[in-house]
Design a protein around this ligand. Structure first.
Ligand code: F6P
Length: 527
């Protein structure tokens, strides 16, 4: 069954929340903390080794109760069950959304079209495990008999951002293999990567769910030609593997059937890092750590599926986001991890969140009359403090910010870590309390909302849970906003136009466009 269509703004809870907002919008958090010293006790959640303190938000108990009422009135519980059970909730593409099955415990029975998909998932996991072992132990060799030293992941969007983020995030756990990423169709990108590589010892993982994506196929062809300057056609089998749903196109490219890692249309690209799309992650850190990621995500799935809304971390984060987006009119949210390992978390989540919830048509097919998807951005602290924090502290915009920090540093540099974390705590305190000053330029209003996620340690498990937390948060938001979060029609038009413009460029013949585009194309062709 598809998701129900319920306009959230027509629910009684939304109307009550609107009134509540009018009554409370000028209340300052500083005063809420003075009035209730138990605030942090009340507004925090602990899930495994992850603490969420959401007390530094413009909320009181009534706000949270009303937000939860909205969740009930838009039938969130029903939507969660449909999500996990493989209902066709990606209605506009007629697909289930089952990235959660990729990390479900083995032995479960999850069906798509009557078939238990867990069997296939297990087979692919076994294949990833065996392949990872063969490559990392050096048992699998390149065409000249040498073990592999480098792996190149060739893909874009969900076939790049997730693996790239995870490989970076888990570099502490990384083995001897060097993993590189080629994504942009910009030829300088692929050349910069290739110039550092030896074809004899490099393995290429071509990742494309559709195997029709211009960027990935162009890069794959360029790499193939580069490789064939050293190796022969017959050597391709040893050096190229593919991850795709499109087995036909992969074999047309010349990749041996044995070297294909299948994926499925019930996994969206931006949620595919848990599938064989994560092969380069498994190669980088070993299969046991890859499994650790899946385990952490699975635990978060379990929590999300079973915890009551008031104790449910993804639900709470989503409701707070709706509160600022739809009532305070906040346009964007920042995400600041206090670890350099998570420098690619924000770009990764930008696709997850903005490709999913950047929609303006409701599930009833009508244009919505309220705001949907938030803009997400961020950089690790403390670097970001010296870049854009000025605007968060003293700018005119309200930017709810998530702070993610870890109790322990991986390399054990306590001196550095204590300095890092003192900044982490200082920033949320400063954003909350502000500072009065007679000189207006030095006055800090405070009252800036933040969530703090304090996690014991960055491990495959805690990272898996963190990523799943944001996946479920965006799901809840999509349910509330009554949109379809799992399609991405918005990226198609540009692709189609690029293809016809490419023909014009190749033929040096500019066809009819708007005046600006024609002018620009003419300038380009003059080069
Ligand atoms: O352009 C958007 C998109 O369809 C993403 O959703 C997807 O992750 C990316 O392109 C890459 O697609 P593919 O894996 O099919 O090459």
């Amino acid at each position: 069954m598809p998701l129900q269509s319920i306009n959230p703004t027509q629910t009684p809870a939304w109307q009550k929340l609107q009134q509540h907002f009018e009554q409370t919008k000028n209340v300052r958090m500083q005063d809420l903390f003075v009035a209730d010293p138990q605030r942090a006790e009340k507004f925090h959640l602990q899930f495994k080794d992850c603490l969420l303190d959401y007390s530094k938000n413009r909320i009181n108990a009534e706000t949270m109760a009303l937000l939860q009422e909205i969740a009930v009135e838009v039938q969130l519980a029903d939507a969660i069950e449909k999500y996990f059970s493989g209902d066709l909730i990606n209605m506009t593409e007629g697909r289930a959304v089952l990235h959660t099955a990729l990390r479900a415990p083995s032995g479960q029975d999850i069906r798509v079209g009557g078939v238990n998909i867990m069997l296939e998932i297990e087979q692919v996991k076994e294949k990833i495990k065996a392949f990872t072992s063969e490559v990392t132990t050096g048992e699998r060799k390149g065409f000249s008999g040498k073990a592999f030293t480098d792996v190149v992941n060739v893909g874009i969007g969900g076939s790049d951002l997730g693996p790239a983020m995870l490989v970076d995030a888990l570099s502490y756990y990384q083995n001897h293999l060097k993993v590189h990423f080629v994504s942009n169709v910009d030829g300088d990108h692929v050349q910069e990567v290739l110039k550092r590589l030896n074809p004899e010892t490099t393995l290429f993982v071509i990742v494309s769910k559709t195997f029709t994506t211009q960027e990935t196929l162009t890069n794959a062809q360029t790499i193939r030609s580069w490789f064939l300057k050293a190796g022969k056609e017959a050597d391709i089998a040893a050096h190229f593997v593919a991850v795709s749903t499109n087995l036909q196109k992969v074999s047309e490219f010349g990749i041996a059937a044995d070297n294909i890692f299948p994926m499925w249309d019930w996994v969206g690209g931006r949620f595919s890092l848990w599938s064989a799309v994560g092969l380069s992650v498994s190669l980088a850190v070993g299969y046991a750590h890859f499994e650790g990621l899946l385990k952490g995500a699975q635990q978060m799935d379990q929590h999300f599926r079973t915890a009551p809304f008031e104790q449910n971390m993804p639900v709470i984060l989503a409701l707070l986001s709706v509160w600022y987006n739809n009532f305070y009119g906040a346009q964007s949210e920042a995400l600041i991890p206090y670890t350099q390992y998570l420098q690619k978390l924000a770009p990764y989540l930008q696709q997850g969140i903005m490709e999913s919830n950047g929609k303006s048509v409701g599930r009833d097919g009508k244009v919505v009359s309220y705001q949907t998807g938030t803009i997400i951005w961020g950089e690790p602290g403390t670097n970001s403090q010296h870049a854009f924090f000025q605007l968060i502290h003293q700018g005119t915009k309200l930017i709810p910010t998530d702070f993610i920090g870890f109790k322990t540093s991986l390399h054990g540099n306590t001196d550095h870590h204590d300095k890092l974390m003192s900044n982490f705590f200082a920033q949320t305190e400063a954003l909350l309390v502000g500072k009065s000053d007679d000189i207006p330029f030095k006055h800090f209003e405070g009252n800036k909302p933040t969530n703090t996620l304090l996690i014991d340690k960055l491990s495959p498990e805690s990272l898996g849970a963190l990523v799943a937390l944001y996946e479920h948060k965006l799901f809840v938001q999509g349910v509330i906003w009554n949109i379809y979060s799992y399609d991405q029609w918005g990226v198609e038009l540009g692709k189609v136009l690029a293809s016809s413009i490419l023909t014009e460029i190749e033929q040096k013949q500019v066809s009819a466009h708007d005046a600006s585009t024609s002018f620009l194309l003419q300038q380009y062709l003059k080069k």
